[in-house]
Each structure stands twice: as structure tokens, then as C-alpha cells.
Design a protein around this ligand. Structure first.
Ligand code: HEM
Length: 429
């Protein structure tokens, strides 16, 4: 058993004392607190800001094991508090919108069936064919601010790129994509905050998707020629004669939007921010891009995911029976949160874990998760991240931070890690 101190005790000089978790100071740099937990309380029970108590898993070995452990369910019905109607977990507004049957909330065999079907439509080939479109979107967004000599890279670049990309991929017509941008903006701004606005946005998105899916189904029935967009692909996907129901297609489109949006915003935001803070690494990357090499861009994106990844904590898991993890007893019904950001800086797994090294090759990070829920969108995220960073460095070679690091604010919320804004300056194009 490990000593698990009360994390609500005021900080006494972390990393040597007990850290305060989930405060503003913590959000700016959670890594010393995570190092403390890894060392002193690697499986640690704490009260989250919502009041729900959960176990935080911070060592790489335990994290990997937990992500692949079938005794840890993704279905919130296994949460001990669900029985008492507290149900505070999940995507805000999701419950009322009946989008519960998505991949991150279900276990095998349902998960296996849905994942197999979606994998038939959301293929690496479809993503690869999308590369020119991602480049076009990236250039168009940079065009919109390149002449100004300054920009907020979150609002003007990292935020719109993934939402337009996923809308295009799904087959949302261009004239409706700004609505999606607004709904997604509401979700990202208030994800952990006022629920009314988020619930309304989710409801509108749900209504819109149901309508769109219906229209696409009718089009497919009238003209069964293969359609290029992903929603049509999801409708047509079949496995041993089985298809997704209309509600399953809607839930799948919603989770692709939800899981593929803020994550990618943060990959571009955190990734650019860390490059700007590490000039020698950024210089190395810039030179290799100029030389037309792809290797460093590929290993570099993986390193940025490890070093300051978009997903700080993996999504909720619940113990379906009493079990032991990292020497700690966990009771049936207890929530378990795997802290990917802590595991990915574990010195037991990574040499010099607190050093950003874009050339790192032994880099089996957990930024995309592990096991059966491993990120379905990883090929798309890599494509967007690589295109965004390479194009920024090429087109705005002297791009620099236009704010003090101490003045930058990180968005609240438990699962994701990302900046609210990223002011930069550069020589106008
Ligand atoms: C799952 C990270 C982008 C779709 C996950 C998980 C992680 C993750 C950590 C596992 C969560 C868990 O086990 O609790 C990321 C990161 C991204 C990214 C860091 C960007 C850099 C995307 C994109 C899409 C996507 C672009 C789709 C368009 C999904 C889906 C799942 C998932 C559908 C659930 C898979 C399942 O449960 O079987 N992602 N993701 N992600 N991701 Fe991503």
C-alpha cells in the first residue's frame, strides 16, 4: 500500500511537499505535482473539483496496465455514484441529447462491433486522401492573418482548423460549417462551466446531425454510387450484414467531432507553444522541413504529444470489481483516471523525460491512449498537426511569443490541457 495523502491540504512547496491539484497555478505547470504523485502516491485517491472522488494513476507501467484492463469499464453505469443519481461524469449536455452509445462510453462486445464498423469507413486511406484539403485549409487560415504581423494562434488558427477539417471529412456542407464552429466554440469555452449553453449547443448539433444523416441516407438510396464523405461511409459500412443504426451513426459523428476537435486544437496550440519556448529544437525542425525531410517532423509531433500532450487525463474508467493497481486496493464502482501527462514524463520509462527532444525515437507515449480505446483519429491528428506546424514554420519563419509565459492562461476542465490564447508576432507576409 502506498501512502496517499489528502491532496486538499494546501501546497507546501511542491515538488517536495504535498501538491495542490487542479488549481490555476497547477494548470500552468502540472508536471512537478505529477512528479510528486508518481514518487509518493502513484495511485492516489483525491476529490476532484466537481466533488467526485477518483483514483489518479500516474506511473507509466500502471497507466498502461489500467488502460488495457478489462475490469475497468468505460460505462458510467458502473460508477458507484451513478446509483445515487450523482452522475457527474461524461460530456456535458450529452445525457439529455441521447448520444450515450459512443465508443468512449461502452465496453466489448458493443465496443468491438461499433469500432469494427467505424474502422471500415474511417480508414487511413480516407485520411491520406484528405491531405491536400488539410493543406488548403491551413494555408487559407494563415492567409487570413499573415499580413497583420500578429495573431492569436488559438482563435485564428488552432481552433478553426480542426473543426473545418472534421466538418469537411464528415460531409457537413460548407454553408453550415460556421454553425458547427459556434457550437464547438461554446463546448470548448464552457466545457467545464455553465451547462445550459453547452447542453443547448449539443442539442442543436444533435438535431442538425440527425437531419443531415437522414438526407444522406435518402441520397444514397436514390443514387447508390459511392460517396466520398464519412457520414455516407458510416451509413454504408457493413460487417457480416450488420449496419450502424441511425442513432449509432449520429453518436459516432458526434464523438468524432467531440474527440477530434479540442484535442487537435491543443496539439497545434501546445505544440507551437513548446516550439516557441525551445528555440534550438524549433531551429532544428525548421531546417529539416526546409531540406524537405519528413523524419524529424514525424518524430517531433510524437515528442510534442509526449512532452505536453492535448489529453492530460484519459477519460473515465470504473472498477467493475474490487482490484489492485500499483499495490493499491480499488473498490468496485470507484472511478479511475489515468494521468497520461504524468505517465509520459515517467523517468522509469523515458530517458530525461523533462527534456523536449524532437529526435527521440524510443517514444511509446500514451498521448493517444492504449488498448482497445486507442485513439481512432490518430492518423488524422498526425496529418493536421504535421501540416499545421510545418506550414507555420515555413510561412512565418520568425514567429515568436508576444506574451510573457506567466501571463498565458490555460483552459480549465479536467481531461484536456490547452491554452486559452497564444499571442504571437512575426514579420508580415
Ligand atoms: C480516443 C487522444 C485526435 C477520435 C482517444 C484517446 C486518447 C485520444 C487519449 C483514448 C481515451 C481513453 O482511453 O480514455 C487524442 C489526441 C488527439 C486526438 C491527443 C489529437 C492530437 C482525434 C481525432 C479524432 C479522434 C482527430 C477523430 C476525428 C477518437 C475516438 C476515440 C479516441 C473516436 C475513441 C476510441 C474508442 O473508444 O475506441 N483519443 N485524440 N481523436 N479518439 Fe482521439
Amino acid at each position: 500500500m502506498h501512502d496517499t495523502p489528502d491532496a486538499t491540504t494546501p501546497a507546501t512547496g511542491c515538488p517536495v511537499g504535498r501538491p495542490d491539484l487542479f488549481t490555476w497555478e497547477f494548470a500552468a505547470d502540472p508536471y512537478p505535482a505529477y512528479a510528486w504523485l508518481r514518487e509518493h502516491a502513484p495511485v492516489h485517491r483525491t476529490a476532484l473539483p466537481s466533488g467526485v472522488e477518483a483514483w489518479l494513476v500516474t506511473r507509466y507501467g500502471d497507466a498502461r496496465q489500467a488502460l488495457a484492463d478489462a475490469r475497468l469499464s468505460k460505462n458510467p453505469v458502473h460508477h458507484s455514484e451513478a446509483a445515487h443519481g450523482k452522475g457527474k461524469v461524461g460530456i456535458p449536455g450529452e445525457r439529455s441529447a441521447n448520444l450515450m452509445t459512443h465508443l468512449l462510453n461502452i465496453d466489448p462486445p458493443d465496443h468491438t462491433r461499433l469500432r469494427r464498423l467505424v474502422s471500415k469507413a474511417f480508414t487511413p486511406r480516407r485520411v491520406a486522401a484528405f491531405a491536400p484539403r488539410v493543406q488548403e485549409l491551413t494555408d487559407r487560415l494563415i492567409d487570413s492573418f499573415a499580413a497583420k504581423g500578429e495573431a492569436d494562434l488559438i482563435h485564428e488558427f488552432a481552433f478553426p482548423l480542426p473543426i473545418y477539417a472534421i466538418c469537411d471529412l464528415l460531409g457537413v456542407p460548407p454553408e453550415d460549417q460556421d454553425d458547427f464552429r459556434d457550437w464547438a466554440g461554446m463546448m470548448i469555452r464552457h466545457g467545464g462551466g455553465p451547462r445550459g449553453g453547452v447542453a443547448r449547443s449539443v442539442k442543436k448539433m444533435r438535431g442538425y446531425l440527425a437531419e443531415l444523416i437522414h438526407r444522406k441516407r435518402e441520397t444514397l438510396e436514390a443514387t447508390p454510387a459511392p460517396d466520398e464523405d464519412l457520414i455516407s461511409g458510416l451509413i454504408r459500412a457493413s460487417d457480416h450484414g450488420e449496419h450502424l443504426t441511425e442513432n449509432e451513426v449520429a453518436a459516432m459523428a458526434f464523438i468524432l467531432l467531440f474527440a477530434g476537435f479540442e484535442t487537435t486544437v491543443n496539439l497545434i496550440g501546445n505544440g507551437t507553444y513548446q516550439l516557441l519556448r525551445h528555440p534550438a529544437q524549433r531551429e532544428l525542425l525548421h531546417k529539416s522541413i526546409e531540406a524537405g525531410e519528413h523524419d524529424l517532423l514525424a518524430t517531433g509531433i510524437e515528442e510534442l504529444l509526449r512532452y505536453d500532450g492535448p489529453v492530460e487525463l484519459a477519460t473515465w474508467r470504473f472498477a467493475t470489481e474490487d482490484l489492485t493497481l500499483g499495490g493499491q486496493r480499488i473498490a468496485e464502482g470507484d472511478p479511475v483516471l489515468v494521468v497520461l501527462a504524468a505517465a509520459d514524463r515517467d523517468p522509469a520509462r523515458f530517458a530525461d523525460p523533462d527534456v523536449l527532444d524532437l529526435t527521440r525515437r524510443d517514444n511509446q507515449h500514451l498521448g493517444y491512449g492504449h488498448g482497445i480505446h486507442y485513439c481512432l483519429g490518430a492518423p488524422l491528428a498526425r496529418l493536421e498537426g504535421q501540416t499545421a506546424l510545418a506550414t507555420l514554420l515555413t510561412r512565418l519563419p520568425d514567429i515568436r511569443l508576444a506574451a510573457e509565459v506567466a501571463d498565458l492562461r490555460w483552459r480549465g476542465g479536467l481531461i484536456m490541457r490547452g491554452l486559452r490564447s497564444l499571442p504571437v508576432q512575426f514579420t508580415p507576409e
